[in-house]
Design a protein around this ligand. Structure first.
Ligand code: SAM
Length: 420
């Protein structure tokens, strides 16, 4: 009887469910692409912050605004000081001994409860249910000591209009110590996923009707009662304007450290086509690239980009991005096709033309060298487990190196330093 109870308890924690990298909130793309890319861009600022605190014999306090079920904790603690060499142990930027406290804030009681269930036993972690609609609530601005890192992630700031964002950021400036970091995460205005929405004038706030249809299997989407809510789309100029106004309102300098566009090739709405019926369904095959023992139909990674009249600079950018990703995929397919297992040699070596963008040159060269190095291995499924995974990372590298940080992806993220 106690055995049955133990299994039932384990089941109810949700942690007993079969892990799947191919579907759901924590699919492979979220873990190996979106979280990792965010961490890579965060690395320089977080390295510097941790050094700054260490020199002063102080530790780091983190506030995660719109923390949901506390996912930001793993993302932040997973940031590394560099890409480790083959012999090195991974070095976390913010090691446990340097974290003083992580506080997660969210308006949703169910998500706060879920965060408590996951992390509640950790004495350095606290969660509070509060609303950010009117800026930082007194439970933070009055009752909490300053934080060193004010963190938002995965579009949280798109829940707020411009005035609310200005107020939240101005409050953060007033609450923060000198050299604190703020990371702001919005939805980008010009993702290919929502090409149907590109025409809304940039000098007017625009909230899309965001359908979370991607949680339903494709065959159920048309009939499912899909929840939707408004989310603000922004481009770089709008964020610059919000930051300038917040800085002015608080009378405190905010230095922009960097901007990046996240998820141009893999936004969740590519697969639904809800806001662009021409969208390539890339997330599912890219999840498969990262999944061991699953072979991916590489043809399904090829994109037939459909431009939208009147948006030349957006069309030119996406043309270049998708022609680059298509070239990488096609060269990989050809190399796989012409690999000679007897001799362990490639019968076809892709030509890397001088006018290819540098990230494309590097990506093709990397895939070729990996294929030459491991193609002959007979154990496991070397195509599914090694070559396709490297292709996944090569596509990720293309995206991170070619994105301009202006609002072209699912997410537009800015990292800022507060100077007092
Ligand atoms: C896109 S989710 C991001 C969740 C989480 N940070 C993650 O990485 O998955 C946005 C979060 O903002 C929260 N949120 C929305 N409106 C809010 C408000 N007015 N005050 C506080 N949190 C809010 C939502 O409940 C949700 O958890």
């Amino acid at each position: 009887m106690s055995e049955k109870k133990a299994y039932t308890q384990a089941f109810h924690t949700g942690k007993y469910e079969k892990a799947s990298g191919l579907l759901g909130k924590y699919d492979n793309v979220r873990r190996f692409w979106e979280d990792q890319v965010t961490a890579i861009f965060l690395r320089p600022a977080l390295n510097e912050l941790v050094d700054h605190k260490r020199q002063r014999l102080e530790r780091v306090r983190v506030l995660d605004l719109g923390c949901g079920s506390g996912d930001g904790y793993d993302l932040i603690m997973g940031v590394t000081t560099k890409d480790p060499g083959i012999y090195e142990y991974i070095t976390a930027t913010l090691t446990d001994d340097m974290l003083k406290e992580y506080v997660g804030l969210d308006v949703n009681p169910d998500l706060i409860q879920q965060a408590e269930d996951y992390y509640g036993g950790d004495p350095k972690m606290r969660f509070i249910q509060e609303d950010l609609s009117n800026g930082l609530p007194p439970a933070i601005s009055k009752d909490e000591a300053p934080f060193d890192f004010y963190f938002t992630s995965f579009g949280t700031l798109s829940h707020f209009n411009t005035e609310q964002c200005v107020k939240i950021i101005a409050d953060i400036c007033r609450h923060a110590p000198d050299c604190a970091i703020f990371m702001g995460d919005w939805l980008g205005r010009y993702s290919y996923e929502w090409q149907d929405l590109w025409h809304h004038p940039v000098d007017e706030e625009y909230f899309m009707d965001y359908r979370i249809s991607y949680i339903y299997p494709e065959e159920e989407r048309a009939t499912a009662d899909v929840a939707s809510f408004p989310l603000k789309l922004v481009c770089r100029e709008e964020v610059d304007n919000i930051i300038a106004r917040a800085s002015q309102e608080a009378g405190i300098e905010i230095k922009s450290l960097l901007f990046f566009d996240r998820s141009l090739l893999i936004g969740r709405h590519l697969d639904t086509g809800d806001y662009n019926k021409h969208c390539p369904k890339l997330r599912a095959p890219i999840n498969a690239l990262f999944e061991s023992y699953v072979r991916t139909d590489l043809e399904s990674l090829l994109v037939d980009f459909v431009p939208r009249q009147g948006f030349d600079h957006l069309n030119n950018f996406f043309e270049m991005l998708f022609m680059s990703s298509n070239t990488l995929v096609k060269q990989t397919m050809r190399m796989l096709d012409e690999y000679d297992s007897e001799t362990g040699k490639l019968k076809f070596v892709p030509e890397i033309l001088p006018f290819y963008p540098k990230p494309l040159q590097e990506a093709i060269d990397t895939v070729r060298r990996v294929m030459e190095g491991v193609g002959w291995v007979e154990w496991g499924d070397v195509r599914a487990n090694v070559i396709e995974t490297v292709l996944g990372y090569a596509l990720r590298k293309l995206e991170t190196d070619l994105q301009p940080g202006t609002g072209m992806g699912h997410g537009l993220v800015g990292i800022f330093e507060i100077r007092k």
